[in-house]
Ligand binder design. Sequence first.
Ligand SMILES: NC(=O)c1ccc[n+]([C@@H]2O[C@H](COP(=O)([O-])OP(=O)(O)OC[C@H]3O[C@@H](n4cnc5c(N)ncnc54)[C@H](O)[C@@H]3O)[C@@H](O)[C@H]2O)c1
Ligand SMILES: [Zn+2]
Length: 353
Amino acid sequence: MHTVHVNTAAPYEVKIGPALLGRAGEEIRPLLSAEKLCVVTDETVKGLYLDTVKRSLEEAGFAVCVYTIAPGEASKNWAELGELLEFLAASGLTRSDAVVALGGGVVGDLAGFAAAVYQRGVAYVQLPTTFLAAIDSSVGGKTAVDLAAGKNLVGAFHQPRLVLCDTKVFATLPPEVFADGAAEAVKYGVLVGKELFAQTANLEGKALPELVAACVQAKADIVEKDERDGGLRNLLNLGHTFGHAIEKESNFRISHGHAVAIGLAMMARAAERKGFLPPAVRIDIENALQANGLPVDCDYPAEAIYKAALGDKKRRGGKLTLVVPFGLGDCRLVPVPAEEVLDWILAGKERLG
Ligand SMILES: NC(=O)c1ccc[n+]([C@@H]2O[C@H](COP(=O)([O-])OP(=O)(O)OC[C@H]3O[C@@H](n4cnc5c(N)ncnc54)[C@H](O)[C@@H]3O)[C@@H](O)[C@H]2O)c1
Ligand SMILES: [Zn+2]
């Protein structure tokens, strides 16, 4: 088993290895004085993994109640949050009890936010079941639901007490859901450097505990220095400024990871055209994304992506902070006046030879 220590104000561990779901009870027991746990999951994950988790929690002496949502982003909303909170109250969860998120990023963000606000905050544990949730959304304490006006518009910082990542569960992921995680893994590779990048370059649908641990470590290193997203944490947005815009422009038909792949490839091409990134590295980035079954371009006009990008919450006083790759392991935050962003998008859209 691999353990990554996340040294935020309230520190916690991310434990990574095969078959950890069956040990959830014994891993959680020493950390919490809770009597009751509410497991939040979605229908798909429930059918695959709830029995294992529930048995383990009950064997460790917890009373367990279960709240199930429909799979997919549409469940990450205010009404579902309200129902979940009412369920916690009706189930008699007290301040010393806890929430367990068993699922992908949708379950994790919703359950984490419910834990952040229920009785002004109760403990929660993340049991991520997608590759993306394992290396990204389960770590770092950002929780949220969507509003009609946009994604993640209401939320809270609330760090989990523990993240238990069972790497065996990736085996049941549909290939395109695995690929969503691969896009974030390639992103960490570009952020951290050659060695990690090489490991992400063609995952063939598999993610070993070592790789998951290296990605989680990369996120932890950044989150520890900027827990509340004041600057440095922006680096994790590599590929996301254009990616979010593309996701939005597609009306969320293009998934987050796929949009990030396009955004990352666009940023690499723009950085090359502007003379910051050597062509060979841009080619490596595009190849890594494609080898993982991810797209590297889209048909939306540059102007549409530009409009959607300006609506992004990362806009600050007429400037957008772009995360620009100068090389593997060398990404920099570059504030760009809003009117120049279109030029970056145009530079990124067109394929290079
Ligand atoms: N909080 C953060 O820091 C952060 C970071 C990145 C993304 N996110 C959020 O994460 C969400 C995306 O997460 P996601 O990509 O995990 O999507 P998801 O939670 O919707 O899961 C994708 C699909 O995979 C299914 N699934 C989950 N685990 C499975 C398994 N082991 N086997 C088979 N099917 C399985 C789910 O039922 C779902 O249909 C978005 O809402 C995004 O905003 C949050
Ligand atoms: Zn992302």
